[in-house]
Design a protein around this ligand. Sequence first.
Ligand code: GLY
Length: 333
Amino acid sequence: MNRRKFLKNATLSTAGLAVGSTLVACTKNTKSENHKSVTKQVTSLPIVIATWNVPNATAEAYKILKKGGNAIDAVEAGCKIEEADVKNQSVGKGGLPDRDGNVTLDACIMDKNGNCGSVVHLQNITHAVSIARNVMENTPHVMLSGKGAEKYAYQLGYKKENLLTKASKKAWKKWKTTSKYKPIINIENHDTIGMLAIDKNGTISGACTTSGLAYKMAGRVGDSPIIGSGLFIDNEIGGCVATGLGEEVVKTVGSFLVVELMRQGKTPQEACEEAIKRIVDKPNSDFKNFQVGYIAVNKLGETGSYAIHQWFSMTKYQDGKNENIQSKFIIEA
Ligand code: GLY
């Protein structure tokens, strides 16, 4: 049965599709060996998941969802919490700078209608995710970069800020004594913050935000502002966000791959595992020396996460419970 027809039928069935926090039955379009549909329970809605241990961010998003707010508002608000947290040195204000000492941010956002917006190499503005949302909603474009993105932020009324905190400047100065470039596997158990939410109406949105690789070359752009790599949403199927070494995610168009694998019938967990396998199985892959992690959710609210290295985790807020779940992995720390 085609996906659109299936969803229509599921909605018209006696059980219907879940709204609010009710558990209901619906038919999942999973192709089993004999191509029969498998009956599955929709988990309770709303739900929000995020990369790493970010309970404050998921709590902010869940608060909006619980009040009946929509998924796009929730993911933006959740990401903003981490962008404003100067203790988080991989996102927003307080992020670690590039080799020249400049903090540059990448972010993107995608809604239930397949609209998206992103900012690339944004400086002097904390809330990159909000500028990305404005690009999506209020410009004819999908991506704005560098000075253009910054100028647009000022036009929106954002004020110029110094994003390089004392702590990040100190870390950068220390790094300069050797200037050795090596991807850090898990930056104090943080990296790109990616968030996916399903609101009470069952619609999915996602966002991600990062200061990118610490001490990157000036001008370097990772996966996070690239739709399909750092983030992808298909409201009929599910969503995925990535964290870790962006170059490897870009080379495999990771988030799009995960969503397409779910479309083919894989669970979010299976899809994340397959996408990581694609990276690891590449000829001469140096995967022992870098981290990549994915989290994903499907239309039924099932979630999954997987990473190359241990200590990647997912924060999940559902049914009033905000919990941090250690991800499965390939290599033990
Ligand atoms: N995943 C963040 C980056 O590579 O920039």
